[in-house]
Write a protein that binds this ligand. Structure first.
Ligand code: BGC
Length: 738
């Protein structure tokens, strides 16, 4: 045994030495190269431009550009690279960036959909597929994952992240970083990840994109930082700053975030890039008086590379001469950039094989992973009388603007996905049923109801109707905020029209965010919420509708009754007047009611207190029961591990997968603590009638938080624990920590 242990320690040491010496070797090469560079060449490395072509080639030949983005043509990329490597004085390759957000050619569900899978392994696999395809086209660096906590579905960019919960966000972010970067950075299929947007971008006031935020340091640390910190620990190679300001300080000029926290506390040794013109935008914020001043502020805050402000290339030289930026600061930035290029093996392997993409794009295993992701991302929100799956129906009506929308089902940020490869639900359902197709509406915002009569007539001839509604791709993503979250156009009217047929009605929502669909639920028997499901969405949805696959997705964001409830999230703090269920609603208020008659708790008179569906919610075609829940110990020390065991039974007639969720609550803290926090989750597959004994562990140390003294500690006291299928179910089990 001892011998084995010694061997293990020995090989660990060898590994570490190999890792260390590789690191030293890169540092040595970086320093050597840096010592040969002129100030102008250094500044060139800090400058990123969009597109290839003559202009980029000329800049590369002069050593005046370090990176390009938005070019995925291998021949054009090679041309810029040739200029950089063969014509510039020092032959430093450019790094090619691209927004590969949920797949490159094979498009996976939007990240919010991926989060709904609660399946980090599958998400890692998807990111690997994206890296294989993107690197084959010459992309070295993706601007993903987006780790912005999003608690307000009016913000269009909720589509691009993992939703409202820091733990889920962390698991998904780390999985993506691993998938993109692979095991070996220098492998030609490894692509650098860029964790973004640092930080707080999702907290934009009113859900209006780019808007101001007011986030305390404690909430940054407790809520917004954890996913970034975990991805830094997982080796994320780059980080992007955010557009927003926090308490008056734009992130791109925030040295507390970029130096004190990121570099000093977390030891990040990667590269920091601005968001698109976010350095220049500090002028519009009124934080910098002009582009030169903005440049001074961002460089001195620790931002290494400028994406599209053109401030670095224009003003750094002057600013150094004037003594406003130290040359040492420039050297540090350039070190980070060169290190990234050495780590990725770009000096040894700068060119892309122009035929490589033809070999890997849309490979069968890529399509299979995309399909599985789309299956797992769909959330079953309602299934009255077990209408789904439609395994007995022969003829179905397929209607709605999203049934055959190959471009729109790819969702936002799907630049390189080609819609001719998309399988739409209509195409896939035609393989399983006699389909009568009457779209009813041409696109999601269409208000023209002239074809409704045809839809109604067609419904009469079908055994059941499936209505595909939602959002076109353009309605979510960057700069696509909405103040109403109802279905656009006449889509709700279409559902109501189909309902009149008296046939079973299944609604499938294909959208970029959780919409307010309460009125639509009332007009259908079943609803599947698919988000934008990507290239293979059609096959995935047809399998779910037919019953070849069983829904297992769970909501990564709270579904609201009304947009006016936003922001709304399960892990909120309690008020001094929490709702107690006896509140009076609008319609019950008597005329001339006395001022204090309404209960005086925290709720809305019109939409009440609760959401439409809580975080973590999702049904299946079967049912699950949690039994015999026991905690191994209920009095624990700070170094202990909480162990909870229980029996999970599939009590229905179909095989299925349950996403088991473990939540805790810290009852009393030196600062108010959230009413619940997700701590663990696990996908458990159970055959019909099967029971499995589940054991989950949670080190007490993970209950730590940033407390009143701004220390990261576990405060002793009483806690509660839940294991359940969503954030609003289950019974609380008490335990204490000494
Ligand atoms: C977005 C980033 C993106 C960048 C480059 C910006 O507008 O905010 O998320 O990575 O553009 O395309």
């Amino acid at each position: 045994m001892k011998k084995l242990q010694l061997l293990a320690v020995g090989s660990l040491l060898a590994l570490c030495l190999a890792g260390c010496s590789e690191k030293d070797e890169i540092d040595r090469k970086v320093d050597e190269l840096l010592s040969k560079m002129t100030l102008r060449e250094k500044i060139g490395q800090m400058h990123q431009v969009s597109g290839a072509g003559t202009h980029a080639e000329e800049a590369a030949a002069k050593g005046e550009v370090g990176s390009i983005l938005n070019c995925v043509d291998p021949a054009e990329i090679n041309a810029v690279q040739r200029a950089a490597v063969e014509q510039s004085r020092l032959g430093i390759p450019v790094i090619v960036g691209r927004d590969v957000i949920h797949g490159f050619r094979t498009i996976f569900p939007i990240p919010l959909g991926l989060a709904a899978t609660f399946d980090p392994e599958l998400v890692e696999q998807g990111a690997r597929v994206a890296a294989i395809e993107a690197t084959a086209s010459g992309v070295h660096w993706t601007f993903s994952p987006m780790l912005d906590i999003a608690r307000d579905s009016r913000w269009g960019r909720v589509a691009e992240g993992s939703g409202e919960d820091p733990y889920l966000d962390t698991q998904m972010g780390v999985a993506m970083v691993r998938g993109y970067q692979g095991d070996d950075f220098a492998d030609p299929t490894s692509m650098a990840a860029c964790i973004k947007h640092f930080v707080g971008y999702g907290a934009a006031e009113g859900g209006r994109d780019y808007n101001s935020t007011m986030i305390s340091e404690r909430s940054l640390r407790n809520t917004y930082f954890p996913a970034f910190k975990a991805c830094v620990d997982a080796g994320a190679l780059t980080l992007m700053t955010s557009f927003n300001e926090i308490d008056g300080i734009p992130s791109t000029g925030n040295d507390f975030l970029l130096k004190d926290v990121l570099r000093q506390e977390w030891g990040f040794d990667g590269m920091v890039v601005t968001d698109w013109n976010s350095s220049g935008e500090m002028v519009a914020h009124g934080f910098a008086k002009d582009l030169k001043h903005a440049t001074e502020l961002s460089v001195n805050a620790g931002v290494d590379m400028d994406m599209m402000s053109f401030g670095y290339i224009s003003y750094i030289e002057e600013l150094v001469k004037e003594g406003k930026i130290k040359e040492e600061t420039i050297d540090n930035a350039v070190r980070n950039i060169l290190k990234l290029k050495f780590r990725l093996g770009l000096f040894d392997n700068p060119y892309v094989d122009v035929d490589a993409s033809a070999r890997v794009d849309y490979a069968p295993e890529h399509l299979a992973a995309a399909k599985q992701s789309a299956v797992e991302s769909a959330i079953l929100l309602q299934n009255d009388n077990d209408v789904l799956p439609l395994d007995k129906a022969r003829t179905i009506l397929v209607t709605g603007p999203m049934a055959d929308a190959p471009y729109d089902q790819l969702g936002t940020w799907a630049f390189d996905g080609q819609s001719e490869h998309t399988v739409t639900p209509l195409q896939a359902l035609r393989e399983c049923y006699e389909v009568i197709y009457e779209p009813g509406l041409a696109y999601s915002r269409d208000r023209d109801t002239k074809d409704f009569a045809k839809v109604r007539a067609a419904a009469q001839r079908a055994d059941a109707a499936v209505v595909f509604v939602g959002e076109e791709a353009i309605l979510s993503g960057e700069a696509h905020s909405l103040s109403s979250l109802n279905l656009q156009g006449a889509q709700s009217e279409l559902i109501a029209e189909v309902r009149k047929s008296g046939k079973p009605v299944v609604v499938v929502v294909i959208a970029g965010r959780p919409l307010t669909i309460e009125r639509d639920l009332a007009n259908c028997d079943a609803m599947l919420y698919a988000f934008h499901p990507g290239t293979m969405g059609g096959e995935a949805l047809a399998d779910l509708i037919k019953g070849k696959a069983v829904p297992s997705g769970k909501s990564p964001m709270t579904f609201l009754r009304d947009a006016g409830q936003a922001p709304f999230y399960y892990n909120h703090n309690n008020t001094g007047r929490p709702c107690n269920g006896t509140e009076t609603l609008l319609e019950d208020i008597p005329m001339k009611a006395g001022q204090t008659s309404l209960g005086c708790t925290s709720y809305y008179l019109d939409s009440g207190y609760g959401p439409l569906f809580p975080f973590g919610y999702g049904l299946s075609y079967t049912t699950f029961e949690y039994g015999n829940i026991t905690l191994e110990k209920t009095a624990l020390g700070k170094d202990d591990t909480i162990v909870v065991e229980f029996d999970l039974s599939n009590t229905g007639k179909r095989d299925g997968v349950e996403v088991v969720q473990l939540y805790t609550r810290d009852l009393v803290g030196s600062v108010v603590r959230p009413v619940k926090e997700l701590r663990r989750f696990e996908r458990v597959a159970l055959a019909a009638g099967e029971t499995k004994h589940i054991r989950m562990e949670l080190p007490v140390a993970e209950l730590a938080f940033w407390n009143r003294d701004m220390q990261y500690v576990v405060e002793p006291g009483d806690f509660q624990l839940w294991v359940a299928g969503d954030s609003a179910s289950g019974e609380a089990y008490p335990f204490s920590v000494e």
